[in-house]
Design a protein around this ligand. Structure first.
Ligand SMILES: O=C(O)c1ccccc1NCC(=O)[C@H](O)[C@H](O)COP(=O)(O)O
Length: 262
């Protein structure tokens, strides 16, 4: 595969702009080569294609919107989420704002068979190579960061045998994800430039994706705290991605089970 383009991060506003700018600095001197093609296991995608609404439970110790959430041990959290019925685990590896790191992902992969998503702000191909090396089944690709380069990064993820959760927040970004050939699209209810949450965003964009003929996996992300919140995407989304409300609950297995019980 040829070397990937560098996204223009000056176009990314607000909090998200600050995060990706720092992340780009972290990887400025990293090797951009991907190496040879790796086989696609598609474990993350398969886990979300089950008939029931799936839960992607997130190991999230801190965030820009909440500050410190809980000092989770990643291995304990992953075991608890598995016991609580999660279909997959999302692990933040961004260090400054989310208190994540490589070790958190490695620990999760070591203690559970559930597919793991590397949740980070991908701005450099090395971040995808790392995700595959560290045992992740999938990586997050944000259209708000990658813009017209989304398709290239999607190709790189697939080259490395990774599934990709291609994240969108509005109609324009959804159209880019569809055009890029995403197989898994996440609709984030949180506006990552202002941090405001609107739970109507996921149902609206999921309808639009299905109306456009999208037959892949659709994930509703962010802001889910109660079974009533979840009810709004039951029968629409294939999965929900939940972090803060589970991570801060004190009993992760029970919180996961309670949240997903209709
Ligand atoms: O969570 C934040 O405050 C945040 C701020 C800036 C960029 C990304 C951010 N979160 C990433 C996510 O999308 C969430 O971790 C994930 O969807 C879970 O959301 P929640 O259940 O609301 O914690």
């Amino acid at each position: 595969m040829s070397v990937l383009s560098t996204p223009d991060l000056k176009r990314v506003p607000g909090v998200l702009g600050r995060i990706v700018d720092l992340r780009a600095g972290d990887y400025r001197d990293a090797d951009p080569t991907l190496g040879g093609a790796r086989p696609a296991a598609r474990r993350f995608e398969a886990a979300l294609r089950a008939p029931a609404l799936g839960l992607i439970a997130e190991v999230k110790r801190a965030s820009p919107s909440q500050g410190a959430i809980a000092p989770l041990d990643p291995a304990d959290a992953a075991r608890a989420y598995a016991a609580g019925g999660a279909a997959a685990i999302s692990v933040l590896t961004e260090p400054r704002y989310f208190d994540g790191n490589r070790e958190a992902l490695l620990e999760v992969v070591a203690v559970t068979d559930l597919p793991a998503l590397r949740k980070d702000f991908v701005v450099h191909p090395a971040m995808l190579r790392e995700a595959a090396d560290w045992g992740a089944s999938a990586a997050l690709l944000m259209v708000s960061v990658l813009h017209e380069h989304t398709g290239e990064y999607l190709g790189a993820a697939h080259h490395l045998g990774l599934d990709a959760l291609v994240e969108v927040h509005d109609e324009r970004e959804l159209d880019i994800a569809l055009e890029a050939g995403a197989r898994i699209i996440g609709v984030n209810n949180r506006d990552l430039t202002t941090l405001e949450i609107d739970l109507n965003v996921s149902p609206r964009l999921i309808h639009r994706a299905r109306d456009a003929g999208f037959a892949g996996v659709l994930v509703a992300e962010s802001g889910y705290r109660t079974p009533q919140d979840i009810a709004a995407v039951r029968g629409l989304a294939d999965a929900v991605l939940v972090g803060s409300s589970l991570a801060g609950s004190g009993d992760l297995a029970r919180a996961a089970r309670d949240l997903m019980t209709p």
